[in-house]
Design a protein around this ligand. Structure first.
Ligand code: PLP
Length: 377
């Protein structure tokens, strides 16, 4: 049966070149990078070369890159250590943040360690910078966590502007960049961001590897304690295959960035046009049709309420379409989404997120639109 995968914001397929590299490396390099013998030194070189490559792609120093098990650990490390080690008593985030950000912040607030403020946002999820200024003015030195791009509705935030506001108030700024690193250019010399998170599986690398960027303006103690890996900042034997793959995936992404952006934007525009022309009852979430202010990889839409609403995702799966779903209100067939609930609390229209990669084609989109028409007509 033909199947189409349009769930690339959840995870991407691993690039075949990367699978080849990992399988070769697993045969030739197995040693622990902490071992002093020549085998170990070879592994250590792999880790440090990867760090150098990644730093170069972000225009920063290798010392600011710390490998983690992925985006969740990177976000948790930034939040827990940034707040604890700097004796921060007030944090600011948005209700649209990923749970990897919301939950650690809410835990700290529930434990009475911080006061947590939620920033206002407009109907598209763009945060209100006046409110940010006010929250920073009215509170002691704050920890601010605003994601670069929302993984469900695709809204992009101006992290350059947010970083400059944080700088004015000496606030610590963390941005969850899991959906944007290796999808957009970054120049860390121009951004005032203290912490950023990245995850290889969002850009054709393997799962379970990522990094936290920590600017040289800020010092923290490690979240995980044990061995002296990552210059004493993240204990645990390094995932050398993952690290090499992360660096290769990032290199591949940035090598062809312009071309790939153009191609994927073309797919998204094609699907938008298809919906507009063939299923005009479909609505687009937030800034999804604004190609400059939303993730070009994500198209989030909702459909009229009908008897199939509850089981939409399940029905699509049976027809060979893989995407993500969510609704504003909790209902039997689909789990409620905190993002859609926050952005559109009263809507009962079922939402679907289609997300694209360079491996998708216009034929994939034709297939998905046909299946949707079969379901709704
Ligand atoms: N932050 C965002 C915005 C994400 O989309 C994800 C992944 O779904 C994460 C954090 C968590 O990353 P990981 O799966 O690498 O732990």
């Amino acid at each position: 049966m033909k199947r189409v995968y349009l769930d690339n914001a959840a995870t991407t397929p691993v690039a075949p070149e990367i699978i080849d590299m990992i399988s070769k490396m697993m045969k030739s390099n197995f040693a622990n990078p902490s071992s002093v013998h020549s085998f170990g030194r070879e592994s250590k070189i792999i880790v440090e070369e990867a760090r150098k490559t990644i730093a170069g792609l972000l225009n920063t120093s290798p010392g600011s890159i710390f490998f983690t098990s992925g985006g969740t650990e990177a976000d948790n490390m930034a939040i827990k250590c940034g707040i604890h080690d700097h004796n921060i008593q007030h944090a600011i985030t948005s209700k649209l943040s990923h749970h990897a950000v919301l939950y650690p912040l809410e835990d700290l607030a529930a434990e009475g360690k911080i006061k947590l403020s939620y920033i206002d946002f407009d109907k598209d999820g763009v945060i209100c910078t006046n409110h940010l200024n006010k929250l920073l003015q009215d509170n002691p030195r704050s920890f601010v966590s605003i994601m670069h791009a929302n993984n469900e509705i695709g809204t992009l935030q101006d992290i350059e502007l947010i970083g400059n506001i944080c700088k004015d108030y000496d606030a610590i700024f963390h941005s969850d960049t899991v959906q944007t690193i290796a999808h957009f250019p970054f120049d860390m010399q121009k951004l005032h961001v203290d912490f950023m998170a990245a995850s290889a599986h969002k850009f054709h690398g393997p799962k379970g590897i990522g990094f936290v960027y920590i600017s040289d303006r800020i010092q923290i103690k490690p979240l995980l304690r044990g061995g002296a890996q990552e210059r004493n900042m993240r204990a645990g034997t390094e995932n050398i295959y993952g690290i090499a793959a992360l660096s290769m995936a990032m290199e591949m992404a940035y090598e062809n960035l312009e071309e790939e952006i153009k191609y994927i934007k073309g797919l998204k525009l094609y699907m938008i046009d298809k919906f507009k022309n063939e299923m005009p009852e479909v609505n687009f979430y937030a800034k999804c049709t604004d190609m400059d202010n939303s993730l070009y990889t994500v198209l989030s839409v909702n459909f009229p309420e009908s008897e199939i609403s509850e089981m939409l995702l399940f029905n699509l799966d049976i027809l060979g379409v893989a995407c993500s779903g969510g609704s504003a209100c909790a209902s039997g067939g689909s789990k409620s989404s905190h993002v859609l609930t926050a952005i559109d609390p009263d809507s009962k229209r079922p939402g679907l997120r289609f997300s694209f990669s360079k491996y998708n084609t216009k034929e994939d989109i034709d297939f998905v639109i046909n299946k949707l028409q079969e379901l709704f007509n």
